[in-house]
Ligand binder design. Structure first.
Ligand code: MRU
Length: 361
């Protein structure tokens, strides 16, 4: 994706050919800054502190984290330590475990001297595949948007509601939920996106920043507006991402996704989840999805830019108020119209997923 005319991915091998660069998403949408990761520790902090975020990007960063660890020490215990340290950074997005399993599979049997180079090659492959996979998700999702556009009057926009940031910043490029939107816009189909603010981290501001840079018409809305807009007939389609989708089709995504799916069902609005197969948890009985409980501070305070550009952080709750901050929720498969994957659009059902990905199921 281009930022001010310059092509960017969300993570890449730095110009030194050795370390890794990321866009520091904690500073967006106010500042666009690139940060450098040169150690396992850097990669762990980047994921934990949400300098990088979004399930596919968390996976790609973990892969590069293993590579950076192998540069420091490629012994067996260092590999085990790197994988467990990275796995502990965030609990919900299953792409993290998927990427670590893949890295271990690629380098575990190699002699230590060859591990760093092989780890870099595998991390680059994971990142490259993520771009291709999201593009494929985009092609399939594009047909949904095209179908709706064909039923509208000429020039009338297809209104799409999205939650959180499932855009290119959450992946290596394209995004999952945004890929169909970018392709539709580029194909000349009029689209307009309702961007959920997504308290408390306001990932909607990242989505708005992305869409703005790509010239996609959009409106930023508070999280509670979606149901009303659906009742008013102002939403044609919901497209969201996922952090972990179970083999039965249940979708774990950013907190608030479930309420959007309920409102969508009540208003006959199609609710599609866009995800790469690396987001599917194929374990027969995962024993419940670990829902990340994040710091109270994220709710108690809110950050924003003052008129003179300084970013301020202000309190919004009475001091001492008890706070709960679950970061994800689970949308039952029955509320999901379909899963948009790199291999096509499937029912949110175990048999459909297993038929689409037999080698993984
Ligand atoms: O807490 P975050 O910002 O990492 O959560 C991200 C989301 O919930 C996204 O919707 C999800 O990862 C899909 S990203 C393609």
């Amino acid at each position: 994706v281009n930022v001010d005319g310059r092509p960017f991915r969300s993570i890449w091998l730095a110009d030194d050919g050795v370390t890794v660069d990321i866009i520091d998403q904690r500073l967006l949408p106010y500042e666009f800054e690139i940060s450098n990761l040169s150690t396992l520790y850097d990669a762990c902090v980047a994921i934990r502190d949400m300098a990088v975020r979004g399930a596919p990007l968390i996976g790609a960063t973990a892969a590069y984290g293993v590579y950076l660890a192998m540069r420091e020490d490629a012994a067996d215990d260092a590999l085990a330590h790197a994988c467990s340290a990275l796995l502990e950074t965030r609990p919900t997005a299953v792409n993290l475990r998927w990427a670590l399993d893949r890295m271990r599979g690629a380098i575990g049997a190699l002699p230590a001297a060859r591990r760093a180079a092989a780890a870099l090659a595998e991390a680059n492959a994971i990142a490259g595949e993520d771009v291709a996979v999201n593009r494929a998700i985009g092609e399939h999702g594009l047909e949904l948007i095209r179908g709706i556009a064909q039923r509208k009057k000429a020039g009338e926009a297809v209104n799409i509601l999205t939650h959180c940031n499932a855009g290119w910043l959450a992946t290596v490029d394209w995004g999952t939920a945004t890929a169909p939107i970018y392709l539709a816009h580029d194909a000349g189909i009029p689209v307009h996106v309702w961007v959920d603010e997504t308290r408390p981290r306001n990932q909607g501001a990242l989505t708005a920043w992305e869409l703005g840079h790509h010239g996609v018409p959009h409106s930023y809305i508070v999280d509670n507006a979606g149901g009303h807009l659906m009742q008013q007939g102002k939403v044609d389609l919901c497209l969201v991402g996922s952090d972990r989708t179970l083999r039965n089709g249940d979708v774990c995504n950013k907190i608030g996704t479930y309420l959007k799916a309920l409102a969508a069902q009540d208003n006959d609005v199609p609710f599609y989840v866009c995800l790469p197969s690396s987001t599917i948890d194929w374990q027969p009985d995962p024993g419940g999805i670990p829902i990340e409980e994040r710091a109270a501070r994220e709710i108690e305070r809110i950050a924003g830019r003052l008129d003179e550009r300084r970013v301020a952080d202000v309190g919004v709750t009475p001091s001492g108020t008890p706070v709960a901050n679950p970061a994800f929720d689970v949308t039952p498969a029955r509320l999901v119209t379909g899963l948009v994957t790199e291999r096509g659009i499937f029912a949110a059902r175990e048999d459909a997923l297993a038929a689409a990905f037999p080698e993984l199921a």
